[in-house]
Write a protein that binds this ligand. Structure first.
Ligand code: NAD
Length: 474
């Protein structure tokens, strides 16, 4: 077992402090299934200490000038950069993402701080509307709750704009992502922001999450996690009217239109569906194909999914690595079984480990011919499992795509990008990508319906940490 330095500590008030909570959590490797370490989780005392530290630091931090905030964001970017290799290694070890994806996640984690610097202009914080001067003031202590599928990315994305807005923060990373978080907390500590401006407390939803999301001194909660957790937090915040940003689950459609060029549409659909080993909220896990071309699409998808190299995520040619842990493995296997029991046809992959990969949490990339009412088409699986659904005409494709409680993301493949855009505009999803998986980190991100409330990234992201105050003083 590796010796771990910070396994029993939170980062509160500018220091590593020993956890008051005694509950332990076994951290395991996605690659081997072996235990990497044991973490001590926080309790109500740790959570309250973190909020108190953030509350004490709030008035001084919210009074800093924009150039002082820019300076501190630069220090965070630099120290994230200095911990790059360790962040990549821990991310791969713990949740099995490939080296290329891990590098993207970690580099963007650093870049969030640089992106936030660009928002530090007067226009972000003051606006004239008629007789009113509208000032944007920090909402207060912000609690930032993050998932395990790329911890550094979510922590940096949320903290960068919260800090830029003038909020102090308490980060609560997922208990299932602590190994990834260790170098992140080292980077935060080494950036040397004033004590209490950024705090990190480990713990489960109960008790730590519940304490943080009901605490009277917390002004804002931003969570990225499952829809069930988002609903619990939405209930928790009511009594104190905390502002919330909820970034939740998805069951995104990829519509292959009749005019699509399959040499491009199939790799696009597979990439959208299996990014991050399928452990992505934005995964396009429902592939919608026209009846008129179903035979060629089915054949091409079977060939593409069957050809995917599953293996050690550290190998350059691996496309799909293992999933997080044995619970996640079992959850995915249960969904594949449910797909079969409900009448779905396994076209590629299926139950069990891939040959030669019996150790670790390896799942076969799986394609199931299904209908949109089956469990595999309705519930978020969070693994490399794709449902192939046939539609008769474009109107039905749009109806099926929108027939979900989620609305985070969607993908459209078309031979004509304007045709793709017209279909995209009819989808109830916060982001739609036509023909290409691309990103613009300043464009808004967030979900319709039960995929969440609010938007993150860029101006939309920072405004979620600001209250408006209209002052009429002629
Ligand atoms: P999860 O909901 O189990 O946990 C997310 C976080 O919430 C963790 O830190 C957890 O400890 C915390 N939590 C749980 N109960 C809580 C409570 N009552 N109060 C406060 N905090 C609580 O999700 P996960 O398994 O870590 O992540 C996977 C989920 O996250 C998937 O549903 C995925 O779609 C979603 N996700 C969404 C986005 C997005 O941007 N919309 C991005 C990534 C992941």
């Amino acid at each position: 077992m590796t010796t771990l330095t910070h396994f029993n500590t939170h980062y509160i008030d500018g220091q590593f402090v020993e956890s008051h909570g005694q509950e332990t959590y076994a951290v395991t490797s996605a690659i081997t299934g072996e235990q990497l370490g044991e973490a001590r989780l926080g309790d109500d005392v740790d959570a309250n200490l973190a909020v108190a530290a953030a509350q004490r630091a709030l008035s001084a931090w919210s009074a800093t000038t924009l150039s002082e905030r820019a300076h501190h964001l630069q220090k965070l970017a630099d120290s994230f950069g200095a911990h790059r290799e360790e962040m990549i290694t821990n991310l791969i070890d713990e949740f099995g993402t490939t080296t290329a994806t891990a590098a993207y996640i970690v580099d963007q984690s650093r870049d969030w701080f640089l992106d936030a610097q660009k928002l530090l202009s007067e226009e972000t914080f003051v606006e004239q509307i008629g007789a009113a001067t509208v000032y944007k003031v920090p909402v207060g202590v912000a609690v930032l709750i993050t998932p395990w599928n790329g911890a550094s990315w979510f922590m940096a994305m949320k903290a960068s704009v919260a800090l830029a807005a003038g909020c102090t923060v308490v980060l609560k990373p997922s208990e299932r992502g602590i190994w990834q978080t260790l170098p992140v907390v080292d980077a935060i500590a080494e950036a040397g922001l004033p004590a209490g401006v950024i705090n990190v407390v480990y713990g489960k939803g109960d008790p730590v999450g519940n304490i943080l999301t009901t605490h009277p001194d917390v002004g804002k909660v931003s969570i990225t996690g499952s829809t069930a957790t988002g609903k619990a937090i939405a209930h928790n915040r009511v009594d104190t009217m905390k502002r919330v940003t909820l970034e939740l689950g998805g069951k995104s459609p990829t519509i292959i239109l009749e005019d699509a060029d399959l040499s491009k549409a199939i790799p696009f659909a597979v990439q959208a569906g299996l990014f991050n080993n399928g452990q992505a909220c934005i995964a396009g896990t429902r592939i919608l194909a026209p009846e008129s071309r179903i035979d060629e699409i089915r054949t091409a998808l079977v060939d593409a999914v069957s050809a995917i190299k599953v293996g050690d995520p550290r190998d350059e040619d691996t496309i799909v690595g293992p999933v997080l842990d044995s619970d996640q493995y079992q959850r995915i296997e249960n969904y594949i079984r449910a797909g079969i029991e409900e009448g779905g046809e396994v076209l590629a992959g299926g139950e069990g480990h891939p040959d030669g990969l019996e150790h670790g949490n390896y799942v076969k990339p799986t394609l199931i011919a299904a209908t949109n009412d089956m469990t595999v088409a309705r519930e978020e699986i969070f693994g490399p499992v794709l449902a192939l659904i046939t539609y008769r005409d474009e109107a039905e494709a749009i109806a099926i795509a929108n027939d979900t409680v989620y609305g985070l993301h969607a993908y459209v493949a078309s031979g004509d990008v304007e045709h793709g855009r017209r279909v995209a505009r009819q989808l109830r999803a916060g982001r739609v990508m036509v023909n290409e998986v691309i990103d613009s980190p300043a464009a808004p991100f967030g979900g319709f319906k039960q995929s969440g409330i609010g938007r993150e990234f860029g101006q939309y992201g920072i405004q979620a940490y600001l209250e408006t105050q209209a002052v009429f003083a002629k």
